[in-house]
Design a protein around this ligand. Structure first.
Ligand SMILES: NC(=O)C1=CN([C@@H]2O[C@H](COP(=O)(O)OP(=O)(O)OC[C@H]3O[C@@H](n4cnc5c(N)ncnc54)[C@H](OP(=O)(O)O)[C@@H]3O)[C@@H](O)[C@H]2O)C=CC1
Ligand SMILES: O=C(O)C1=N[C@H](C(=O)O)C[C@H](O)C1
Length: 263
């Protein structure tokens, strides 16, 4: 059995991932971390069967990862927390699946360096849904033929999301920029805002929207819209759990969901 710890265990994604680990034949929950529900059973907090695994505070991560013999840490928290905790997991020789979004480029550089310096393997993806990773490929293919078109990315998420724009919107912009000569990003527009050769990125927040991403390519007399809509967080959780199994058997390095899907 692969021993998997989850940080962000009390959160929307953490709870669902714990439920998926409990239902898996190959994975077992070894530890759980959060800043709330400390000391409570992680299975019960996830509305599943008790697992005999208490939620530990992040400050205990090093000791708990080592004493539990954890193989893989799945992290769906906030950028500042992952920035603190990923280097600790790497120093403990624990592989990682990171789903957290909203890193600054400096935070991401430090996380990447800790993974490389400690010779561990990590999957880092802003979106573990299979469909989104196909969406990235379709968008990139379309961009190759539409290099002169105006590009706008519009994302919509629930009203509890902390970061904006979404990691997936930023990932989409990066994919487009691989074929559109590093266009500048413009986040929303206000006041006098003439359009240049840019990628506009817009974040909508409301209600319980799970996650929508639309890319609009607009030219003279026509437009194309490519859209992905998540109906349930299970699409993300299933991908993250698949990634945890996959990352346990690969060489050290930093991987994306595209590597797992064989793209
Ligand atoms: N890659 C992907 O496929 C997906 C990525 N995400 C990303 O995952 C992240 C989490 O999303 P979601 O589950 O909806 O968010 P939630 O806020 O529901 O869950 C995050 C959890 O992490 C806890 N937390 C905060 N700080 C720490 C810390 N230092 N150590 C341990 N736990 C901590 C939070 O506690 P508290 O609430 O008390 O602050 C909360 O319980 C976001 O960055 C989101 O964008 C989400 C869905 C899919
Ligand atoms: O916070 C969320 O909910 C989500 N976050 C990810 C992101 O920022 O891209 C992925 C998904 O869209 C849901």
């Amino acid at each position: 059995m692969i021993k998997v710890a989850v940080t962000g265990a009390s959160g929307r994604m953490g709870g669902l991932i714990i439920g998926n680990i409990i239902n898996s034949d190959n994975l077992e929950l070894s530890a759980a971390f959060d800043i709330s529900n400390i000391g409570m059973d992680a299975g019960e907090v996830a509305h599943a069967k008790a697992q005999g695994v208490k939620i530990s505070p992040a400050e205990d991560m090093k000791d708990v990862l080592i004493s539990s013999g954890t193989d893989v840490l799945i992290d769906f928290t906030i950028a500042d927390a992952t920035f603190e905790n990923a280097p600790i997991a790497a120093e403990c020789g624990v592989n990682m699946v990171i789903g957290t979004t909203g890193f600054t480029s400096q935070q991401r550089d430090v996380i990447d360096a800790s993974i490389r310096d400690n010779n561990v393997a990590a999957v880092i993806s802003p979106n573990y849904a299979v469909g989104v990773n196909v969406f990235f490929r379709i968008v990139k293919e379309a961009a190759k033929y539409l290099t002169d078109y105006d590009v706008e990315i519009i994302e919509a998420h629930h009203n509890q999301k902390k970061d904006a724009p979404s990691g997936t919107a930023m990932g989409t912009a990066e994919v487009i920029n691989e074929v559109m000569n590093n266009r500048e990003y413009v986040f929303g527009r206000q006041g006098h805002a003439p359009r240049g050769k840019e990628i506009g990125i817009h974040a909508v927040r409301g209600g319980d929207i799970v996650g929508d991403h639309t890319v609009l390519f607009a030219g003279a007399g026509e437009r194309i819209e490519i859209k992905h809509q998540a109906h349930s967080r299970q699409a993300f959780a299933a991908g993250a759990v698949k990634a945890a199994e996959w990352v346990s058997s690969v060489n050290p390095g930093i991987y994306g969901m595209d590597d797992i899907l064989g793209f």
